[in-house]
Each structure stands twice: as structure tokens, then as C-alpha cells.
Design a protein. Sequence first.
Length: 107
Amino acid sequence: MHLLEPLLLMAAPPPGGGQSSMLFQLVPFLLIFAIFYFLMIVPARKKQKQHSAMVDNLKPGDRIVTSGGIYGTVVGVTDSIVQLRIADQVKIEVAKHAVAGMQERSE
């Protein structure tokens, strides 16, 4: 029994130190979450707000591209539908959320 006493003392946690060591174990996870939040979530939220503002401000005459790759000119806008002219005498209706962005103007 004399030989096991030092091993038992080394394996026992220090008295009163359990709470602070648990706090130090959480710090890296909180730091990783903060980095993830500022590198991933904040830019995605900003981009979503810009896209929503662009879709809400669509007006006839705007040239857009849909998420399906269709280029067209807006001829009508309702609450959830955008009517596009994609060729002479050809109009289609697409959902507002399918609008990917404004078409670059090449003059």
C-alpha cells in the first residue's frame, strides 16, 4: 500500500480547482464560436440584406438575371412575382426569390 499512495495523490484533482479549470476549457470553444460568427454569419447576413433590398426595389426596365441563368428585362412586379421580357413578344413570370442579381450594364 505504501507504493500506491503517491499515485493516488497524483490522480486526485486539486481541491477547489475544478470550477476554474472548467472555465478554461470553455474559453477555446467560445473563441472559436466568436471567430466563426464574425467570419461566416455576419457577412452572410449582410449579403442577404443587400439581396432583399435589391429584390424589393425592382422596377420595370431593370435588367436582371435569375438563379436559373435567364437574362431578362423587368416589365412588371407584384408581391411575389416578377414578369420578365426575355425576347421580343416573349414574357415569363418568375418568383421574386429566383432573382439572382442585376445584370451588368455594358454600353
